[in-house]
Design a protein around this ligand. Sequence first.
Ligand code: ADP
Length: 565
Amino acid sequence: MTQVIRHKSAGEKGRLYSRRARPTAHTDMPDDATPPERGNPDANSPVAATPHPGLLEHLGPAYLARPDGELLWHNDSFIYFARTVWDVSSRSRSLQTAPPALQQAINTLVETGHFEPGRIQTEAGGIERIFRGRHFLSQQNGAPVVYGYFEDITQRISAERRLTALDDKLTDVIRSTSDWVWETDTDLRLTEVSARIAAITGAPPEAHLGKAMLSLGTLPDPMPGVPDLHRLMADRRPFRNRLFLMRDETGQTRRIHLSATPFFDSDTGRFLGYRGTGTDVTRALEAERDAVVAREKLEEAMDALEVSNAHLREALDKAQSASEAKSDFLALTSHELRTPLNAIIGFAELSRRQIDDTVPERLPSYLDNILSASGHLVQIIDNLLDTVRIENETVDMDLIGTSVADLVRDTISMVEVRAEMGDIVLTIPRVAEDLLVLADRTSARQILINLLTNAIKFTSEGGRVGIEIVRGKEDLLYLTVWDTGIGIPVDQQQAVFDRFHRVRSDAFTTNTEGVGIGLHVARNLAQLMGGDITLESEIGRGSRFTLALRLWEHVTLEPIDELSR
Ligand code: ADP
């Protein structure tokens, strides 16, 4: 049963809020639980001095009778009462004998010496009224008499009913809430506490009565600028949801939200204590914390997902460009490999016929063509193999001090015939013999040949191609292969270093052989040697491909003279 236990402080009668029996309608049950003691003239004493009828006049319906029921006196309201309550039909203003119901009460009193006051309920003009009859035994002139009166207790009863209903409501509220309710005296010691507290402390509510409220737990460390509970209560200020830490019976800390209001004497304004509630928010706070952790985990997972998405996108891009590269490769190589192969087959057949004709005048030129086509094939295949090697990171590099003069001489000798055939003037620098760069000789040669071949390939007859050598910042040497050729559009200057990329827009490129991997291989080889290739170009004016390589050692460059061939 839910109840609020109230501490019985000294001098105060203890009170127990509990469900009271609801008053039933039309009850005749005695009002007082304790029967009046015999001989007490103030209570329902069977023998009492007869009050003066004038006094009885003010008590409501009153009478004085002999034990046999003869009415010696009654007041006016008694007549009215008798008519309404007992259906007495007398029209006269006085009654001679007690009506049967009253006679019964008189008999009981005379026989037992005691009559328990009961309720008499009546309804007059639609208004319910409740009376309580009180009857006393007395003496008049030595003869026994009975007198009594009927008290209108309607208002008292309805006030009691309202109080009971209110009490029930409060009890229901306290019972249905998971919070516990408490009240203190002026010293902030518990005077009331609801049974719910047992759910936390494991001890019955009575065990806490008389204890200082704030001794039931501890307060968390105060936050700067926020007054703590001791301060607030000393200032008699209300508070809401202040954290209070209590230990439960298993020793675990429970987080309680305390809320309370001070209450004061309505007449004097004197502080009487605090009334409030305690709410166990441990679970709620844990759930909140769990939610935060879950959210953090979710965010982490989302970050991880983002990262793996990025990887996936990267892989997809790679796969896509790999597949594009493959198709480009197939498109280009099918044409580029077939052309020289067809040439070889064609000229080989012609040669064969020439031999049969025994007039082999053209044989040497056919064989030249075969050799040139084979050379071109070898170059393409070498480049393709290099691409694969670069991708697999299996390029063998022998980085040593490499003579720049030798490099220039070697590469020029490889391309000069071609330049001559294209009527292109080559401009070559004179290079100091001791100028060395850090390079793999074969790779450096391959790069320069590629740059020079391109320069010649993309420069029309009568144009110029050359090499320029400049010492750059720190320990770099710049070897620039320049031409006065067709140039490369700005938006393609980066792309020409991509695999299989050719500037297709112009008719010139379309008509020149190539698979678009020479520059890709060249730049990768340069980077593997610690250098790079950069490009400056202007459409119609020419291009400058600059190969940067590390100097082998600190040497002074001799002035470079330009030699034209
Ligand atoms: P290929 O010459 O075999 O096509 P490269 O990788 O050497 O392949 O060159 C890629 C493309 O760059 C060429 O197809 C051409 O469009 C452009 N290119 C390279 N060098 C020059 C140059 N000196 N002048 C103009 N365009 C050039």
